[in-house]
Design a protein around this ligand. Structure first.
Ligand code: FES
Length: 107
């Protein structure tokens, strides 16, 4: 993850419940936005195993679990914790100001 790209509005901070992923689409890119005790994270909403929507899964200890086959990904790094996923998911920088969550998109 590099520090270039453009910042786009993703959602309102008030839309986010703790550890409850919110799916948003920005320019055709599906993201899961997650508020945790460690901050607000944005990751690809698409599981790297079989393209399931990660926002339908559960979050615990800064890990999001895919609801289809149970792969888990670290919200901070996108790295999978084990099978069946064998590759990480993209992560995106976030910032919050005046109650608005913005995500840095590379495209
Ligand atoms: S689709 Fe996510 S673990 Fe299989």
């Amino acid at each position: 993850m590099t520090d270039d790209g453009r910042w786009v509005e993703a959602c309102s901070e008030g839309d986010l419940a703790l550890n409850n992923p919110l799916r948003v689409e920005i320019d055709g890119l599906a993201l899961a936005i997650v508020k945790t005790d460690e901050g607000i994270f944005a990751v690809s909403d698409t599981c790297s195993h079989a393209q399931w929507s990660l926002s339908e899964g559960e979050v615990e200890d800064c890990m999001i679990e895919c609801g289809l086959h149970g792969a888990r990904f670290d919200l901070r790094t996108g790295v999978q914790s084990g099978p069946p996923a064998t590759s990480p998911i993209p992560t995106y920088l976030t910032t919050t100001a005046d109650g608005t969550v913005r995500v840095q998109i590379h495209a």
